[in-house]
Design a protein. Structure first.
Length: 285
């Protein structure tokens, strides 16, 4: 048999990379990953992998101790983290996708490196098929029907709009994404956009975004989404992990935009209609 020159020991500093490796059937090659990987990828949740720092806070010593022959991380983030990765001496693959097409390219690249290019094409094709299915289900039922305007936010302080791939998913789910994807904005600007649907998916917050609090503190009582109780939290990893995990985010977006057509999935939470404090009022706490 020919020698297998594909990486045997992979250190994944990014949940998306771990999810992609699992989808490719190569989770067994992951010898080190972050604590966030275990939260989003069942294949390493109870495994023997070493837990190391992520793409933001990488440490050369931890990487060296794991003895990987490939490190996969996201760039650009902290410059010093990239320096730490390079100091480890391991081969390094840096990912920085902004669109669905770039996510597909990352899947193909990892599949090629891991020697499972055909499986990579299958994963990409399956993602595209499922996105197309939701797009078809989300089509307007009559000519001239207005698409609901959706604002998605990936962080609250400062307020940052979700990435371009989220805008593409909103489009596939039958909505119109408003705001500049990936850009910092303000509560006043979002209010002026007056979206029909508001979605918060804060990085690292899971499904714990305090919807009632942010609406109250930002003075959004008159926003259309708030008045119609269409303010949602979607689990962080469903929209912020550029990997097949995005399919769960797509279904959550579809349910938020078309609750009459799509069942509410796990990971989607709507604002409480009857909060202890009226939405437009200041808390006395």
């Amino acid at each position: 048999m020919p020698n297998d020159y594909t990486p045997q020991r992979v250190a994944s500093l990014q949940p998306s990379a771990t999810v992609i490796l699992a989808a490719l059937g190569r989770a067994d090659r992951v010898v080190a990953c972050t604590k966030y990987c275990a939260e989003v990828c069942p294949e390493v949740r109870h495994g023997w992998q070493i837990i190391i720092a992520d793409s933001w806070t990488a440490k050369a010593a931890e990487i060296v101790d794991a003895r990987p022959d490939l490190v996969i991380a996201a760039v650009p983030y902290q410059e010093k983290a990239v320096v730490e990765i390079l100091k480890s001496g391991a081969r390094f693959l840096g990912l920085a996708p902004k669109t669905l097409a770039e996510i597909y390219a990352d899947i193909a690249a990892i599949a090629g490196i891991m020697g499972v290019l055909e499986r990579g094409q299958e994963v990409i094709a399956d993602m595209q098929r499922q996105i197309d299915e939701v797009r078809i289900q989300s089509r307007p039922r009559s000519n001239g029907t207005r698409r609901l305007r959706v604002f998605c936010e990936e962080w609250g302080r400062p307020l940052i709009a979700s990435q371009r791939w989220v805008a593409e998913l909103v489009d596939a789910a039958g909505g119109e994404c408003v705001g500049v994807p990936g850009a910092q904005t303000s509560a006043e600007t979002v209010l002026s956009l007056d979206p029909d649907v508001f979605v918060a998916a804060w990085c690292g917050a899971g499904d714990r975004v305090p919807l009632e609090k942010i609406v109250r503190e930002r003075g959004w009582a008159e926003m259309r989404a708030v008045r119609q109780n269409r303010v949602y939290c979607i689990r962080d990893e469903f929209l912020n992990t550029p990997a097949p995990t995005l399919l769960q985010g797509l279904r959550a977006l579809a349910a938020a935009i078309h609750p009459d057509r799509f069942p509410q999935p796990a990971g989607l939470r709507c604002i409480t209609p009857h909060s202890p404090h009226p939405i437009g009022a200041k808390s006395q706490a």
